[in-house]
Design a protein around this ligand. Structure first.
Ligand code: FES
Length: 150
């Protein structure tokens, strides 16, 4: 979390227009790690939308979490180009390393998710660890990346 930033400050930085909803939710997600129910309610009030609409937009976008995440949250792109670059093998390598399964929400320490194309196909395979994006990831390079977070 970045010091001194509040949801209210983030909201005041933008006009309450519909096109600003998604960028605002993304920013809250990046700053706080997820969009809590309390924050979603503030966003709904600011944009004069229902809470359901705010959650609908937030949950549509893979990079926005609506629940507090695990200590280590790993996302691997499973879009076509990244799969061609072995993102499936990368997911298996991470699953074996942590003895977890992608999509398992029950592990409190590590969470691994396959996500859809991020539009950065030329730099793939893409892996995101706690919001930090890594490009051209390979099965062998994941260990160096994970060391940074150990
Ligand atoms: S397929 Fe992975 S970024 Fe597009």
């Amino acid at each position: 979390m970045q010091k001194g930033i509040t949801v209210e400050k983030i909201l005041l930085e933008c006009e309450s227009k519909a096109q600003n909803l998604l960028p605002t939710l993304k920013k809250i997600g990046v700053v706080f790690g997820y969009v809590s129910k309390e924050d979603a309610m503030k966003v709904a009030e600011y944009f004069e939308l229902s809470l359901a609409r705010v959650y609908e937009v937030a949950s549509f976008y893979d990079l926005i979490e609506t629940k507090k995440t695990a200590n280590l949250e790993i996302k691997v792109c499973s879009g076509g180009d990244c799969v061609l670059g072995d993102s499936t093998g990368i997911v298996h390598e991470i699953e074996n390393y942590f003895r977890i399964k992608a999509g398992d929400e029950n592990n409190p320490k590590v969470k691994l998710r396959k996500i859809s194309c991020l539009g950065r196909c030329g730099e793939g395979p893409i892996m995101i660890v706690n919001g930090r994006v890594y490009e051209k990831v390979t099965r062998s390079s994941i260990y160096k990346i994970l060391e940074e977070w150990a």
